[in-house]
Design a protein around this ligand. Structure first.
Ligand code: HEM
Length: 536
């Protein structure tokens, strides 16, 4: 695939020359020349490169295979885009350090629904690193996610779960319930209430199929489709037109939400919510966020916060139901804390914020589920903006795209995982399990950038590097992770407190690879069907 032939060169030079893009051609050739010696998967096509070798819905599996076969750093091509894949925790640390120094950035990822001229409105997730607006929103909303702030909202999470449990109880334990759908309803309502003071009631009627969170999920899927197929936004096909309608509905929901938040009588809860922080932001000219920007920010917090958290809850319950010994240990832990409903304790005490840090085994189970089924399974994309030299001698040239393959790192035995493909929550009882000790001491980076955006202290030291980071790393790590770390254990514990959960045959009989799909997140394709038997 990589043998240079005259036709290859002709296409590469002639086409861009016609559009007067000689500098781009030269940059492309330099990138290719600099990374040409890196290993690359075989079987790619001349035109699309490696694109045709995987389905976008299972790209994480393609990476897993390649990183085991080719090693921790390799290259691949998507059409004209040369990409270096990094699937090594020590090299990843060097990349995140370079990102802090500005040599690597998360590039702008334009909104797939944007039409017309000019840049689409951005948000804190898709705006490029270093952009003043990204910094403003990132720093300005961070206090909303501080644990001391979130604890004041925890009672809403408890209420939402109580409401969900009564809906599930009505099923009587014999009708299978889709726990993936239930968990999505929970996380969506939590963002609504905790972040924006609004009860969307997705968890009120679990049989109601038309719900805002579904609209949002459809929108996300469509957005991704439009990134893969940029011309789709001009299509007149039925499903594309339907998605335009959905998008309009979605925008109206968020526009109404902005209005409701602005028009509610002031309260401390609203002032400290995500919305409250967004409303108070002022840019360098002292201007508040525009309405268009507010809409984008509102939407992205729902998108980034609900699918991720909901599917993590669902995968954790799946693994527990699949592993009865682990389930029994979680139940025993809840029982010992007075949180499990049983004949001996028919009215267990209410779950509180203080319980979160005390349920250690449950915590291990959640972490193990995030290792095996990390919802952010798609590699994290970055762009090299200045040449960087890695400690293994590889130069990453300016302009090359990089993909940080987290999913592969979490399950590759080369990084010291024992029995990596099995669900073993006990491994997390050892705090050192978070780290990998490479044979050669990892290169320790000092950032030249005096920026005060938080970084992950403790991710590397003289002899070890962090290998478990499901919330990403560096300056673009997950802004909302504290909310997830509060919501996930509360949801799992409160559902298990009320129900004995078993996989229904339609899910139990399938291998996990038949259950999963990566859309934006790693999620169950057709749900996770469970029998939720109310405890005595
Ligand atoms: C299990 C739950 C979650 C997981 C696994 C997760 C994972 C991630 C990851 C891996 C990134 C980094 C993406 C990158 O480097 O390109 C990220 C970014 C982000 N997450 Fe989360 N997330 C979760 C929950 C949440 C929640 C609850 C919120 C907010 C309500 C949230 C908001 C964000 C935002 C705004 C960013 C972009 C930050 C930036 O680019 O500066 N996430 N998340």
């Amino acid at each position: 695939m990589d043998a240079i032939n005259p036709f290859h060169i002709l296409i590469l030079i002639a086409v861009p020359l016609i559009t007067l893009k000689l500098p781009a051609v030269l940059r492309y050739l330099r990138i290719w020349f600099t990374i040409r010696k890196l290993p690359t998967p075989g079987g790619g096509s001349f035109i699309s490169g490696h694109m045709g070798l995987f389905t976008p819905l299972a790209k994480h599996k393609f990476e897993e295979t390649n990183s085991k076969a080719l090693g921790p750093i390799y290259r691949q091509r998507y059409y004209t885009r040369q990409t270096v894949v990094i699937a090594d925790p020590a090299l990843a640390q060097e990349i995140w350090a370079a990102e802090r120094d500005g040599a690597i950035e998360k590039p702008d990822q334009p909104n797939g629904f944007h039409k017309g001229k000019g840049k689409s409105e951005m948000n804190v997730f898709n705006e490029k690193s270093g952009d003043p607006m990204w910094k403003l929103v990132r720093k300005g909303t961070a206090p909303a996610f501080a644990p001391q702030n979130l604890r004041n909202y925890h009672h809403h999470i408890v209420d939402i779960l109580d409401r969900l449990s009564s809906g599930i109880k009505q099923k009587g334990g014999r009708t299978p319930v889709d726990i993936a759908d239930i968990a999505q309803r929970e996380s969506f309502d939590v963002i609504g209430k905790v972040g924006f003071g609004q009860d969307f009631q997705a968890s009120k009627d679990i049989d109601n199929p038309v719900n805002t969170f579904r609209l949002m999920t459809d929108n996300m899927e469509e957005g991704i489709r439009r990134i893969f197929y940029p011309f789709r936004k001009y299509s007149r096909s039925k499903d594309k037109l339907a998605s335009d309608e959905n998008h309009k509905k979605m925008r109206k929901i968020f526009r109404d939400l902005v209005d409701q938040c602005l028009n509610r009588p002031p309260s401390a809860e609203d002032a400290n919510s995500i919305a409250g922080h967004l409303f108070r932001l002022r840019d360098a000219k002292g201007q508040p966020l525009s309405e268009a920007r507010l809409l984008e920010e509102f939407a992205v917090f729902f998108v980034a916060g609900s699918e991720t958290t909901g599917h993590t809850v669902a995968w954790t319950l799946y693994f527990l139901a699949k592993n009865p010994a682990a389930m029994a240990k979680v139940e025993a832990e809840l029982d010992a804390a007075g949180l499990l409903k049983s004949a001996a304790n028919p009215t267990p005490r209410q779950f509180t914020y203080a319980d979160i840090g005390k349920l250690h085994y449950l915590d291990c189970c959640i972490k193990e589920s995030m290792r095996l089924q990390p919802v952010a399974a798609n590699s994290l994309r970055r762009l090299v903006v200045r040449d960087i030299q890695l400690s293994n001698g590889v130069t990453l040239p300016a302009g090359v795209a990089i993909e940080m393959a987290q999913y592969s790192i979490f399950r590759n035995p080369a990084f010291g995982w024992k029995d990596p493909m099995s669900f073993v929550p006990e491994r997390w009882e050892d705090p050192e399990e978070d780290y990998f000790k490479p044979k050669e001491a990892p290169k320790v980076h000092r950032s030249n950038n005096g920026d005060d955006l938080e970084v992950d202290a403790g991710d590397r030291s003289a002899d070890k590097v962090k290998r478990m980071h499901p919330f990403g790393q560096g300056i673009r790590n997950c802004l909302g992770q504290q909310l997830a770390k509060i919501n996930i254990p509360t949801a799992v514990a409160m559902l298990l407190r009320e129900f004995h959960m078993e996989l229904a045959p339609e899910t139990a009989n399938k291998d996990i690879s038949q259950l999963e799909v990566v859309k934006i997140t790693l999620q169950p394709k057709d749900g996770i069907m469970m029998l939720c038997k109310p405890r005595a």
